[in-house]
Design a protein around this ligand. Structure first.
Ligand code: FAD
Length: 382
């Protein structure tokens, strides 16, 4: 049998792409290497903007905590800011991704889980996909197989260490009342731990997600830093932890070729400052599906036709990711100016909190740069 499209990976990018393709009548298969539901190392913060991109309601059961704000630490400085509206929810990715998978199956997607894609054989009129169990034929492929994407190998060179962040994360069991006492309806972030990264304590149901992340090429001894972070916060250090890569963000890279589109982490769509990726995975999955549907209508799966994907993603969020990288580089190169200003001035952290919601990084960067001299001088006299 020949599929109209095969999506590799059942994360937020793949399940969204699959659901939209099936909704538009394409004969769609998702192949996922893990048996579902699968564990995914993640803070589990899903922004309100990410949720707004879904065309269905998130089940209440998936919402382990709500997030209205942030407590940010830098050296001896600590600041807290909250919004009167919800910035996002905290969830567990095994359950959240399973729910997205179920939604795609409801839309008509066929799912093969526990099956790993091993190779793509690019033919003139189709693609042959070989897994560790089967062989499939398809007109097009959406590579939504995450940061270590094998599909991306058919589109662009592998990520360099300077394009990746590494993170170590553990789930630390705790009583719900202790979690709320630690931080209620907010997330806890510790800057100054690593270049292009931070340490976090995100509240979940009956556990904390605790982790540290930083640019792979610069983050030496992440395990030691993680252990010290746990000790500093009086958490048990004898915990099972997961190490995971995450694209360091930015926008400039190839994301399509003949018959292939990359979405989500496979395309590198992550906010360099906060590390938010779910929003971009969902958005790019949706855009990838639309472009594949159009390609089917035109019977044209050439790289030229699929380049619309890059243009559409740029229009939707590309500039934001470019400026997120610029801001992150600026803030982490000069933490004693920018991170310190955020950690010591309420109006700045209030403004930063508009970013996951509606403010673009371009506007935030302009806003802070104009005010930097004033706040630097103000800090000198406090
Ligand atoms: C520690 C950590 C914390 C994070 N915290 C947050 C957060 O709080 N909020 C946020 O928005 N983002 C966060 N992110 C980023 C976020 O997790 C990713 O951006 C997001 O998961 C990307 O979704 P995706 O669908 O592209 O890829 P993934 O969610 O990684 O899904 C890819 C899927 O492809 C499958 N796969 C891989 N290879 C193959 C193959 N060969 N064959 C078949 N299947 C395959 C994988 O098993 C996986 O299920 C975090 C990342 C890390 C590492």
């Amino acid at each position: 049998m020949r599929y109209d499209v095969i999506v590799v990976g059942a994360g937020p990018a793949g399940t969204t792409a699959g659901r939209h393709c099936a909704n538009k009548g394409l004969n769609t298969l998702i192949i996922e290497k893990e048996k579902l539901p699968r564990y995914k190392s993640c803070g589990g913060f899903v922004s309100t903007r990410a949720i707004s991109l879904l065309d269905f309601k998130i089940k209440d059961k998936l919402i382990e905590k709500e997030c209205y704000g942030i407590r940010l630490h830098y050296g001896e400085h600590e600041i807290e800011a909250k919004k009167p509206y919800r910035l996002g929810i905290l969830t567990s990715r095994d359950k959240f991704d399973m729910y997205l998978t179920e939604k795609s199956i409801d839309a008509g997607v066929e799912l093969k889980d526990g099956e790993k894609v091993k190779s793509l054989d690019m033919r003139k009129s189709h693609v042959i996909i070989k897994t560790d169990k089967n062989t499939y034929k398809t007109s097009a492929v959406i590579g939504a197989d995450g940061v270590n994407s094998m599909v991306a190998g058919y589109v662009r060179p592998r990520y360099k260490p300077t394009e990746l962040a590494i993170s170590i994360e553990a789930e630390i069991p705790a009583k719900d009342e202790d979690i709320d006492d630690y931080i209620r309806n907010a997330v806890d972030m510790h800057f100054g731990i690593s270049y292009m990264g931070y340490g976090w304590v995100f509240p979940k149901k009956e556990h904390f997600s605790v982790g540290v992340g930083g640019l792979l090429s610069e983050f030496k001894e992440p395990e030691r830093i993680f252990t010290n972070f746990l000790k500093k916060l009086n958490f048990d250090t004898n915990v099972k932890f997961h190490t995971h890569l995450i694209p360091a963000g930015g926008y400039e890279r190839e994301t399509s070729s003949d018959r292939i589109i990359l979405a989500g982490d496979a395309a590198g769509y992550v906010d360099s400052f906060f590390g938010e990726g779910i929003q971009y995975a969902i958005n790019s999955g949706k855009i990838a599906a639309n472009v594949i549907v159009n390609a089917h209508e035109k019977c044209d799966f050439s790289k030229k036709e699929l380049t619309h994907y890059n243009q559409d993603c740029y229009a939707a969020f590309g500039e934001n990711l470019r400026y997120a990288l610029k801001f992150s580089l600026l803030a982490h190169r000069y933490p004693n100016i920018f991170i310190k200003l955020i950690a010591t001035n309420k109006p700045i952290i209030d403004k930063l909190l508009d970013v996951p919601d509606y403010l673009s990084y371009k506007d935030f960067t302009k806003w802070i740069l104009i005010r930097t001299p004033y706040y630097v001088v103000k800090n000198l006299f406090h």
